[in-house]
Ligand binder design. Structure first.
Ligand SMILES: [Zn+2]
Length: 611
């Protein structure tokens, strides 16, 4: 599963069976344990997409597929279907040259990485143009009914825009909450491009966190640039631009924007010509999906769509080198075994395949093991972009991502809104299974189910909740609840049987996407170190843990606490909490009210800056 900055659940020890000999029997009976132990073993090195560990994992999966009699898809010679992706980006020598027209001051070229660095999504090109300062470069869509457009009074066509990073520092809370959603640099670059700008330069203002520093290059898996030249510059470089407008200083300009009216107009920087030479080096690699099928045991002519599909991603984070890791300092660079995320789901798909291989089948059963999920759903997206079989021939897709840490019999099933049939099928199947189900209609989840929803396939994804070992080297095979993982397998097989036995396919229903861009993560710059329990429906924000060494730990918060108020805002659910994060200020202590063991307590939390 991809990182949610909302997340999570606590780890409770699996109740050990009293008799050691009975426990041994359960162990041998598990249909998933050997798969998880193999995939999460040290020699697979955390299964980073494109790595040797990924290849070893795919070798294992292929050997298991062969054992159950699965075949490569029709028209495919092999179980492995490769896809290319960008494994990393670095700056290949971006420069900014400043020329005044007519020459007034000494012209200057900046080339050190502390002065100028491409943004990871930049096009590689040279742009020479006049510069327009466009404030924070934020455009709030009309649909939000808010009226904030940094470009409203500006003509930036074919020019270079200079924008501030983040969003106005001193606006009121409501304004900050809205603007923060549109402050992501990709979003700003899109706005600049849509207004006709040739390039966007971003500078971190003197009043902001990380003041004056260039933006670190983020991990970006896109194979090409985003259609605009984009780079960040230091305060040093920005000041040389502002030398062209002697009546204005960079510091004053930000202060003006931040206080009185947070959207004072931008302005031209006259008599200035700037050349941006942007160079992003993208290192290409190849990842591999493993895809197989169990052919129908009878002609499929009678059924409306001749395929059902089950899938799970088998890649994980390697040693954390590609980001997304939540390892603490002592755990840095260690193998991220990914037993729950997502050896558990991969094991479930293998066990489902093994079960179905011995039964009559009215439809072909596609068994998919995606790679590149942790880097951005790359494998499933590549599959859907060039599907080896028509996507509209797939009656349903069932996804498994983190299904190995069930507690208290709780199973979350998401994307149930993608077909009107799911409610009834799940309810009836659960009579025998007996799970305490948490159903969520939303298919826009940070896992491969989103890809199938995007391709209009009725789908479901199964999930047993996030925990304190999520995306850390401590997500190990010994912590998996195999008994309940096997029950998830049986449940899924029963659901598939019902889909499979019906001539009609579940009709796809389009669920409206959430209104917040990026699920509210845009421009997140606050770090509190809390690990919310994503699946809780408690009133307030239940913590499943705190990040070691983070602000929440320093504030004395711990697993099991329920935050009910932060910085004067009451918190009734996780959405309130993300809203509150947007309005907190870095370094400014905020009062936190929380419940512990039924008692109301208070503490002070000082948010830190996310790099
Ligand atoms: Zn993950």
């Amino acid at each position: 599963m991809r990182t949610r900055h909302l997340a999570v659940i606590a780890a409770v020890a699996i109740s050990a069976l009293a008799q050691p000999d009975i426990r041994a029997q359960v162990r041998t009976a598990s249909r998933t344990r050997a798969h998880v132990e193999m995939l999460a073993s040290p020699q697979l090195g955390g299964r980073l997409t494109g790595s040797a560990g990924e290849r070893l994992a795919s070798d294992y999966i292929v050997s298991e597929l062969k054992k159950m009699g699965a075949r490569p898809l029709p028209g495919q010679a092999d179980f492995l279907i490769p896809f290319d992706f960008t494994a990393g980006t670095r700056d290949g020598g971006t420069t900014v040259a400043v020329d005044s027209v007519p020459p007034r001051m000494s012209n200057k070229t900046f080339s050190s990485r502390s002065d100028v660095q491409a943004l990871s999504f930049s096009d590689n090109a040279d742009v020479t143009a006049p510069v327009v300062f466009a404030g924070y470069g934020i455009v709030v869509p009309d649909s939000q009914d808010f009226g904030y457009d940094s470009y409203a009074a500006l003509d930036v066509k074919d020019k270079i825009v200079l924008v501030l990073r983040y969003f106005p520092e001193d606006a009121d809370q409501k304004t900050r909450a809205i603007l923060s959603r549109y402050a992501d640099l990709r979003y700003k670059a899109l706005a600049a491009r849509q207004h006709g700008a040739k390039a966007m330069l971003v500078v971190t203002g003197p009043n902001s966190p990380n003041a004056g520093e260039v933006v670190p290059m983020s991990f970006d898996t896109a194979l090409a640039g985003s259609g605009i030249v984009a780079a960040s510059i230091s305060a040093n470089v920005a000041n040389s631009f502002f030398a062209a407008v002697p009546d204005k200083s960079f510091d004053d300009v930000q202060t003006q924007l931040d206080t009185a009216n947070p959207h004072v107009a931008g302005f031209d920087l006259p008599n200035l010509s700037v050349t941006v030479h942007a160079n992003v080096v993208r290192e290409k690699q190849t990842g591999h999906n493993v895809v197989a099928y169990l052919p129908a045991t009878q002609p499929t002519a009678a059924v409306s769509k001749p395929w059902v599909a089950v899938g799970a991603h088998y890649d994980h984070l390697g040693h954390g080198e590609a980001g997304n890791t939540l390892a603490n300092k002592e755990e840095a660079n260690q193998t991220h075994f990914g037993a729950d995320d997502n050896a558990s789901g991969s094991a479930a798909v293998l066990a489902i395949g093994a079960a179905l291989s011995g039964q009559p089948r009215h439809r072909n059963v596609l068994l998919a093991f995606w790679s590149g999920e942790e880097l951005g759903l790359l494998g499933s997206s590549a599959f859907a972009a060039q599907p080896p079989l028509p996507m509209n021939q797939i009656a349903a897709y069932l996804n498994f991502d983190m299904v190995g840490r069930m507690q208290d019999n709780k199973l979350t099933v998401q994307a149930t809104g993608t077909s009107a049939m799911w409610g009834k099928i799940i309810e009836q199947t659960n009579i025998a299974a007996g799970f305490d189900l948490q159903l969520q209609a939303d298919p826009y989840q940070p896992t491969d189910v989103a890809t199938f929803n995007g391709a209009s396939v009725a789908c479901l994804t199964f999930f047993t909740g996030v925990h304190a070992d999520y995306h850390r080297p401590t997500d190990t095979a010994d912590k998996i609840n195999y008994e309940d993982l096997d029950r998830v397998v049986d449940f899924a097989v029963a659901i598939l049987r019902r889909v499979e036995d019906s001539e009609a396919a579940p009709e796809f229903v389009k669920v409206d996407p959430p209104t917040q861009p990026g699920g509210g993560r845009a421009g997140v710059r606050i770090f509190t170190g809390t690990i919310p329990d994503y699946s809780s429906d408690a009133k307030g924000l239940l913590l499943s843990g705190v990040v070691g060494g983070g602000p929440a730990e320093a504030a004395g918060l711990q697993k099991g606490d329920v935050i009910v108020e932060i910085a004067g805002q009451s918190i009734t659910n996780i959405y309130d909490y993300t809203y509150a994060l947007d309005v907190l200020k870095i370094g400014q202590p905020a009062k936190v009210v929380y419940m512990r063991n039924g008692q109301r307590r208070e503490t002070t939390l000082t948010p830190a800056a996310r790099k």
